[in-house]
Every structure is written in C-alpha cells, then in structure tokens.
Design a protein around this ligand. Structure first.
Ligand code: FCB
Length: 433
C-alpha cells in the first residue's frame, strides 16, 4: 500500500493544497469582509462558522511550510485572498501584499514551488453587495486584482490559476444555493455562469500583461453515469454533464458552451455574450483538475433540472461522496480530449474522514487515486498531483465539521498533529532523495 514515486514520470510534482480563506484567519492583517463572512453571519454555514481565525496560518505559516517540506512535498498550491489584498475591492492593502511576500519567500527558502490561484472564493463583500459575479464591473475589478498579483509576485511563483472551480462559484452558489451568496435564482445563476468564465478570460489577459509564467485555470469534474438507457435518464445525464463538467472546459478550450445547458441558460445570460468568447478561450498554459467523486443520475419529475442523484452502494467519504477512483481516469481522458498536449495537474484530490489521526481510510483513498494518476501519466501529460488538503480547515458551508487534512488541527489550541496519511506521503516521497 505504499506510494511508489518511481511509478510516476520523472519530474512529476507532488504537492499539497490549501486556499486562503480556509486557513489564514481573515481577522488578521487588515483583510476586508468577504462574501463568506457575510454568508456565515446570515446563517449560511454550519453553526454560522466563518474563517475569522481558521488555522491561523497567517501567523503560523512557517511551521506549516516546515511540515510540508519535511513531508517531502515539492510544491504548495495556495491562493491569494482577494479581500486581503483589496479589502474594499478597489484599494490595495500593503499589509496583504507584505504577507504574501513573506509566505512566498518562505516557500522558496524551503524549496517548495509556489503554485498560486487568484480566486478561491474570497470576494470582497463590497463587490458581493453590487451583485458579485452577476455584475460585469466585478469582472473588471477581478482583472485589476489579477494584474497586481501577476506583477508583484509573477517572477517568484511557478504558475497562476485564474479561478478555482468556476462551477462552485457560479452554479453551486447562485442556483443550488449551497455556497455564498446562497441564491437559488436561475436568472442570476445564468449570468454568473458566463461572467465567471469572462473573469477567467479577463484574468488571463491581465496576467499575461505582467508575467511570462504559465497561466491557466482549475476546474472541478464530477463525471456522471445514467441510471438506465431510458431517454429521460440519458437526458438527465446529458444536462448534468453539460452544466457541471462541459460548460467550463468547452468555453475555455473551444469558445463554446454546450447546447444542452445553453438552451436553459441563454435567455438569462448577458446580452451579446457571444462577443466575449474570444477572451474566454484565449490559450492557456495548463489545466488544473480537481476530483473527488462521481455519481449516478436519474430523471426526476418536477422542476428543472429534473436530476436525481442515486446511490450506487459504493463506499462514501464523510461528505457522503461515493468513492470511485476509476472515474478520475475517465476525467483525465476526457479533459485531454479538449486540452491535447497541454500540461495537466491534479490540483485537488482527497477525502473528508472522521477517522482522526489513524486515517487508514484516507491512505487507501490516496493510494487508489494516485495509482490511477500514475497509470494515466504514462499516456497523458499529467505533470503533478496535489493533496487536498495539507491540514484540516474551514470547509465552506460545512464549517469545521469536515476534516480533509493530512495534518490534524486542534481548533482550540491550534496544535498541528500529522496524521498517518501524512506519514504515508512522507515515506513515499522521501524515498526519492
Ligand atoms: C473543493 C474546493 C476546496 C475544498 C474541497 C473539499 O471544491 O476547491 O476548497 O473545499 O472542495
């Protein structure tokens, strides 16, 4: 059950991932209110928990990076908090800039390669208040933020992703209503489905103007299968695929939205959206893939989208997500059919578990999924894999109730305790030296 680095191509990058709002502690360093602080205050999260303190990474980042480096990891995937750098969405906070200077320098001192993300969901609430991603002005403010990040940090980072999981920032947040701002509104959701991709395109332009480093995007994929061959179930599957998976990759790579989703969304989308497709599909340098689970879908009578998720009786994680490692292989093959020779990174993969420090279940999850990645990397340009997550953290709407870390965090004392899965990674990765 060991990780065998020699099963992977030479120079394959192994890293751990986090996101700013989930770990930093947003009350420190002059950060502004985010849409998540606002959402939490209004009861959108488990026990109204928020990221005010989180893992206090803002003050403890050196120890956290030491653990990552000691674990044998090559790279750290982290994000820049938009509201830390631009508390009111418009004016730069020098303390924020200084924090990321310290953080990146500390990575480089430890030979951890910085894989950065610009938007991992911490939009300043001032911009949320004017409509968030439904408002095109917000897209332009995002471009300014990415420009500053690329200019200031561009030479020291390895790569920059514009947006993490646009599906979550648009559909999950404005149609399903599970994430901030918690809306259930097809008209708003449709606008955000387009504008989040426009933000990616505008972010690409802004980054290109300031850095020669690789710029790309990180998408999440949840592949489906249909409960039966019936037309209705097949349609449910087609709509699931179109909205959750194809919308984003097809826009970024081909400048097109899938017809099955467009049919429903277009009446609500911004006028002349077609004119944005060139910006949205500007060439990227890499694609990040986040993968956790797959699902079976079935037609459901009633309201749009008429999709019911049905159990396949597979083992599930503490999120209730079914575990099917082979689905990650299908995702890689399908992504590569869009991206060709472009470098691919598995930018997130991992599981929530209640097993505590002795997390054998998480070790088997990593083993089964990294086996799939190693096999795919022989045929496809998969260049790296990032564990989600370095440590337990603020799991968005579920607050601190779900633990994804390979390092346990005691939220009362902020003590970090490496779990068995951390040692599993360390044993595998340090063999390479
Ligand atoms: C992804 C997010 C990440 C984390 C994991 C569990 O959707 O990108 O921040 O919450 O899920």
């Amino acid at each position: 059950m060991l990780l065998e680095p020699r099963d992977f191509p030479e120079n394959f990058v192994f890293g751990a991932a986090t996101a700013a709002y989930q770990i930093e502690g947003h009350q420190a360093g002059g950060a502004g209110e985010t849409i998540w602080d606002h959402f939490a205050k209004n009861g959108g999260t488990f026990e109204a928990q928020d990221g005010a303190l989180a893992c206090d990474h803002y003050h403890r980042f050196e120890g956290d990076l030491d653990l990552m480096a000691d674990g044998g990891f090559d790279a750290y995937r982290f994000s820049f908090s938009w509201a830390r750098l631009f508390p009111d969405g418009k004016n730069l906070n020098p303390e924020g800039l200084a924090f990321y200077d310290r953080l990146i320098d500390a990575m480089l001192e430890r030979k951890l390669r910085p894989f950065a993300t610009a938007y991992h969901w911490d939009m300043p609430q001032t911009l949320g208040a004017i409509g968030g991603w439904a408002n095109r002005d917000v897209v332009n403010h995002f471009g300014d933020f990415v420009g500053v990040v690329a200019k200031h940090f561009g030479e020291r980072i390895e790569s920059l992703a514009t947006i993490n999981e646009p599906w979550c920032a648009s559909w999950l947040s404005h149609f399903i209503g599970e994430h901030a701002p918690g809306l259930q509104d097809i008209a708003v959701a449709s606008k955000t489905m387009h504008n989040i991709m426009l933000a990616h395109g505008v972010g690409m332009e802004a980054a290109r103007a300031e850095t020669t480093k690789p710029v790309g995007i990180v998408l999440n994929f949840t592949p489906g299968e249909a409960a039966s061959d019936s037309d209705e179930d097949q349609q449910a599957l087609a709509l699931h695929e179109a909205i959750s998976n194809e919308w984003f990759i097809s826009a970024a790579m081909r400048g097109e939205y899938p017809a099955a989703a467009l049919k429903v969304l277009e009446p609500h989308m911004p006028k002349n959206w077609q004119n944005d497709m060139d910006v949205i599909s500007a060439p990227i340098d890499f694609m990040g893939i986040n993968f956790y689970t797959s699902l079976k879908v079935k037609h459901q009578e009633g309201d749009f989208p008429n999709i019911e998720v049905v159990s396949r009786g597979l083992e599930t994680t503490d999120m209730g997500w079914e575990i099917e490692p082979a689905a990650l292989g299908r995702v890689i093959v399908s992504v590569a059919s869009y991206t060709g020779e472009l470098p691919l990174y598995i930018t997130e993969n991992g599981m929530a578990a209640v097993s505590g420090i002795n997390d054998m279940d998480r070790i088997s999850y990593f083993k089964s999924h990294t086996d799939v990645v190693a096999a795919c990397a022989r045929q496809y340009p998969v260049k790296g894999y990032f564990v989600w997550s370095l440590m337990d953290n603020f799991e968005w709407a579920l607050g601190y109730s779900k633990r994804f870390g390979i390092i346990h965090v005691d939220y009362d004392t902020q003590v970090r305790t490496p779990k068995d899965s951390y040692h599993w990674w360390k044993t595998g990765l340090t063999k390479r030296a």
